[in-house]
Design a protein around this ligand. Structure first.
Ligand SMILES: CC(C)(COP(=O)(O)OP(=O)(O)OC[C@H]1O[C@@H](n2cnc3c(N)ncnc32)[C@H](O)[C@@H]1OP(=O)(O)O)[C@@H](O)C(=O)NCCC(=O)NCCS
Length: 160
C-alpha cells in the first residue's frame, strides 16, 4: 500500500563524502557497531588527506543511507568502516558502495585493499566474499564479546 501511494524506492547511488557528512555518518555508525565513533571523530577522519570515503544516497536525495571509509597509504588502503543504516539494509547499498569505492581507490593507484572483520559477522563476510576478498590472516580473540572473544579475519583484495 505504501508503495502504491508513494512509489517504489529509487536505487541507491554513491557519491564522494567528506567532513561535511560527519554528522550523518555518526548515527549510522552508532546503530551499526558496539564501539561508536563520535561526530568529532568522523570530522577529523573525513578531513584527513589519507581518508577516502563514499556515501550511499537514494537517487538524487540528500539523506545519507550508508557509507564506506578507507585510509590510504601508498599503494595500499584499509577499509576502516562500512555500514548501512538499519532501515536500508538488503537493498544492495553496501555492494554498490564497495564496488564504487574499489574503483575509485584503483583509479588513485591503490593496488591492494585490506580490512578486518569479526569471524561471526555473517552479513559482512558474505558481502566481502561476493566482492572478491580472500583471507590474508587471523587475529585470534581480537574482538571482545560478552560470550567470549571472537577472532578477527584479515581480508585482502587486489584492485585492478
Ligand atoms: C554488512 C552491511 C554493511 C551490509 O549492508 P547492506 O547494504 O545490507 O548490504 P547489501 O544489501 O549490499 O548486500 C550485499 C550482499 O551482502 C550479503 N549480506 C548482506 N546482509 C546480509 C545478511 N544479513 N545476511 C547474510 N548476507 C548478507 C549478501 O551476500 C548480499 O547480497 P544479496 O542481497 O544479493 O544476497 C550491513 O549489514 C551493516 O551495516 N552491518 C553493520 C556494520 C558492519 O558489520 N559492517 C562491517 C564491519 S567489518
Amino acid at each position: 500500500m505504501f508503495q502504491m501511494l508513494f512509489g517504489r524506492r529509487r536505487p541507491l547511488v554513491a557519491r564522494q563524502i567528506g567532513s561535511a557528512e560527519a554528522g550523518a555518518c555518526a548515527p549510522i555508525h552508532a546503530a551499526s557497531f558496539a564501539h561508536h565513533w563520535s561526530e568529532a571523530e568522523f570530522e577529523s577522519l573525513l578531513a584527513s588527506s589519507a581518508c577516502v570515503a563514499d556515501g550511499a544516497y537514494e537517487g538524487g536525495g540528500a539523506t545519507l543511507h550508508g557509507f564506506v571509509l578507507s585510509r590510504r597509504a601508498g599503494d595500499e588502503a584499509e577499509i576502516l568502516a562500512i555500514a548501512t543504516a538499519p532501515g536500508q539494509r538488503r537493498r544492495g547499498g553496501a555492494r554498490m558502495l564497495l564496488a564504487r569505492h574499489m574503483r575509485r581507490l584503483a583509479d588513485m593507484g591503490v593496488a591492494r585493499l585490506f580490512l578486518e572483520v569479526a569471524e561471526d559477522n555473517q552479513a559482512a563476510l558474505a558481502l566481502y566474499r561476493r566482492a572478491g576478498f580472500t583471507e590474508a590472516g587471523r587475529r585470534k580473540g581480537y574482538y571482545p564479546r560478552p560470550e567470549g572473544p571472537v577472532t578477527a579475519l584479515i581480508l585482502k583484495r587486489d584492485l585492478d
